[in-house]
Write a protein that binds this ligand. Structure first.
Ligand code: HEM
Length: 142
């Protein structure tokens, strides 16, 4: 019973992390599109950037913590194959990208300057990486 509960909690958190990551990625895409249309984004729209990057950071942190928990409790850290290793690599790249975006957005918000023009392009990689990791996750555990 305790094992079932632990697995349930980790899996629940894994899916929650996935939901937060996806929401943040797609939300940031909408913000980038609106900002491009408006030329200079309104302060409310600009403030959404750091909201979504914090949401993405929360999501990927949850994915890593719950993922490590699931791997340990359900699979004793055994090698789950090439697709699983690729999924972990994708998740690692995603963590690096999100950390970089979060730091740049926080610095821009603090100094009141707009983030660099290439940042939305980097941001566009996050929904793609999330979808790749999700597809690999579904494939491995089908
Ligand atoms: C962007 C990051 C990630 C995404 C999108 C993702 C997505 C998924 C998905 C869709 C599943 C399949 C659930 C199912 O079919 O039952 C899954 C399962 C799993 N993931 Fe992840 N994952 C990510 C990161 C991680 C990380 C970093 C780890 C480990 C360190 C991990 C470990 C696992 C494990 C062990 C399972 C199997 C759970 C089970 O046996 O039911 N995941 N993940």
């Amino acid at each position: 019973m305790i094992e079932l509960t632990v697995n349930f909690v980790f899996k629940f958190l894994h899916i929650l992390g996935l939901m937060l990551g996806a929401a943040a990625g797609f939300g940031a895409m909408v913000v980038a599109r609106q900002a491009r249309r408006a030329g200079a984004p309104s302060p409310d729209l600009a403030a959404l950037r750091s909201v979504f990057s914090t949401m993405a950071l929360t999501g990927i942190t949850l994915l890593w913590l719950s993922g490590l928990g699931l791997w340990m409790f359900r699979y004793d850290f055994v090698d789950l194959g090439a697709a699983y290793s690729l999924k972990l690599l994708t998740a690692l790249v995603l963590l690096g990208v999100i950390l970089a975006i979060d730091r740049i957005n926080a610095r821009a918000a603090k100094t009141g300057t707009p983030p660099p023009a290439w940042l939305p392009k980097l941001g566009m990689t996050t929904p793609v990486l999330t979808l790749v990791a999700m597809a690999l996750g579904v494939w491995v555990f089908i």
